[in-house]
Ligand binder design. Structure first.
Ligand code: GLU
Length: 499
């Protein structure tokens, strides 16, 4: 087999959505698996839809996910907008071969036709059915057409789509298909502004860039027959195709979109985006890139050995393009969290801290060994890196406020409990910190027992004082971590707050 060369070909029309990112990932996995080349080509021929910053965002996202790009657009050679002349000369080749033609119909004329056909409940298609009655070099003749062009008349170049041809397509994921070419329109290859259309630039580039496999989203499947016809028109052999399954909303209805993420409260973009980074990305929401990759790979594919938690190397090792399924996959945020959590459990405290510091720079000012210890204490409860600070901040700072609901549950004995707690804590001040928690809780419970106070009540009171709410790790561990002095002062704080 020739060397595998695949491309991820985004259009910089906005931030990279998880759908596009999954396409990039499958290209990347396939390239690495086969020791091939992973290329990024920027398809920026639709200048009107271009969004500032989108291209940079795409590369940053790939970098964050750990997908190293082997070939990219440093010298503009992989940016379609800088290859305009090439596409024009390729389109003229087809005109010479009488497989494409100039068309002069104005958008207004075409709109009128669409409307009048619409009234007859038919769809206007520019092809064998209609082209003979329209303004193009086929009907006007070459001479006239050339003089119109020389005179500055606006034109497009259209593909002369053959009639009654059975176009056979093949797809690694979906198998063979065929379509009657008579149903396809004479697609525009070069637009009035001189820019190629997606279809044309895509086919020319895939050929010129020696792409061996086109791996892209299912939404391009309907274009496949046209692309195959274009390859034939040039006499080129087409690459192999694989159209990845759609990613649907969690309820299985409709394609996953930014809007569905917004309304359901989960990210759909890798990195935050927009003015003041208003739209949260997976990164800022505390997801590890390896977990996101792992989860994305499961949208349409599963390892044959049943392994569910894999890092990038393991994904590469297990990945098989031909095992990708055609059925659409529902986006499942809970599963993504589960995968993330599984990756967290595989990481050392040091590795976790490295990630935590990125999201919570304030942790840098704390004593490193203490933060590491805290990470170890709370790590089992974290689904995301973002969870960590919330889970452990009471280990470093006394709560500024107490949870009101919890306060309402306190009994009339609360003050006694807290005073007693303070007394016990003070008496333990020379105790080794590691024993502090065990002893303090033990003595508080003994005292509660003697004074007819339920142990649940005392534990709740102490927890509220130490944490500010009713969540958190084992009380003994909290006390041993913060020390008996801090414990006593936190008891005092709650007592005063209740006054
Ligand atoms: N520019 C197209 C997109 O953004 C690429 C499709 C393809 O890979 O052929 O989806």
């Amino acid at each position: 087999m020739n060397k595998v060369r695949v491309r991820f070909a985004p259009s910089p029309t906005g931030p990279l959505h998880i759908g596009g990112l999954r396409t990039a990932l499958f290209n990347y996995l396939f390239a690495k698996k086969t020791k091939g080349v992973f290329m990024v080509r920027i398809e920026d021929t639709d200048r009107k839809r271009e969004v500032a910053g989108a291209e940079e965002y795409i590369f940053k996202s790939l970098e964050w996910c750990g997908m190293q790009v082997d070939e990219r657009t440093t010298d503009n050679s992989h940016r379609q907008s800088s290859r305009k002349e090439l596409y024009q000369s390729k389109a003229r080749e087809l005109i010479k071969k009488r497989l494409a033609y100039y068309a002069f119909d104005s958008e207004k004329d075409l709109q009128k036709l669409r409307e009048s056909w619409g009234k007859k409940k038919e769809t206007f298609i520019y092809n064998w059915k209609t082209r003979e009655g329209l303004k193009n070099s086929l009907t006007l003749g070459d001479e006239k057409a050339n003089s119109m062009i020389a005179g500055g008349k606006a034109y497009v170049i259209r593909f002369l789509c053959p009639r009654n041809k059975n176009v056979v397509t093949d797809d690694i994921i979906r198998g063979a298909g065929n379509i009657d070419s008579s149903l396809i329109d004479d697609k525009i290859l070069i637009k009035a502004d001189g820019m190629p259309t997606y279809h044309f630039a895509n086919v020319v580039d895939d050929n010129m860039m020696r792409i061996s496999h086109v791996i892209r989203g299912e939404e391009w499947l309907p274009s496949l027959a046209l692309h195959v016809l274009l390859y034939e028109a040039f006499g080129w052999s087409p690459p192999k195709f694989a159209h990845l399954p759609l990613i649907l909303n969690p309820n299985g209805k409709g394609k996953l979109s930014k809007r569905s993420g917004d309304s359901s409260g989960f990210p759909v973009f890798p990195l935050s985006w927009g003015k003041e980074n208003k739209i949260l990305g997976f990164k800022e929401a505390g997801f590890l890139p390896k977990a996101l990759n792992n989860y994305m790979a499961s949208l349409g594919w599963a390892a044959e050995n049943g392994e569910e938690i894999m890092n990038m190397d393991e994904l590469i090792e297990n990945f098989k393009l031909e095992k990708v399924v055609s059925a659409a996959a529902n986006f499942d945020f809970d599963r993504l969290k589960w995968v993330n959590q599984k990756h967290i459990t595989k990481m050392s405290n040091e590795e976790l801290l490295h990630e935590i510091v990125k999201l919570f720079p304030e942790t840098k000012t704390l004593e490193n060994t203490r933060v590491l210890l805290a990470v170890g204490l709370v790590r089992d409860r974290a689904e995301t890196i973002l969870d960590f600070w919330e889970l452990m901040k009471y280990l470093f700072y006394a709560a500024e406020m107490f949870d009101e609901k919890a306060v309402r549950k306190l009994s009339e004995k609360t003050k006694d409990i807290l005073e007693q707690g303070e007394k016990i804590a003070r008496a333990l001040k020379n105790e080794r910190p590691a024993n502090g928690g065990e002893k303090l809780i033990g003595q508080c419970l003994d005292w509660a027992n003697k004074n007819n106070i339920k142990s649940a009540q005392i534990m709740m009171t102490l927890r509220l004082a130490l944490v500010g709410g009713l969540h958190g790790i084992d009380l003994k561990k909290i006390i041993s971590f913060i020390g008996v002095n801090e414990t006593s002062s936190r008891f005092g704080r709650l007592r005063k707050a209740l006054d």
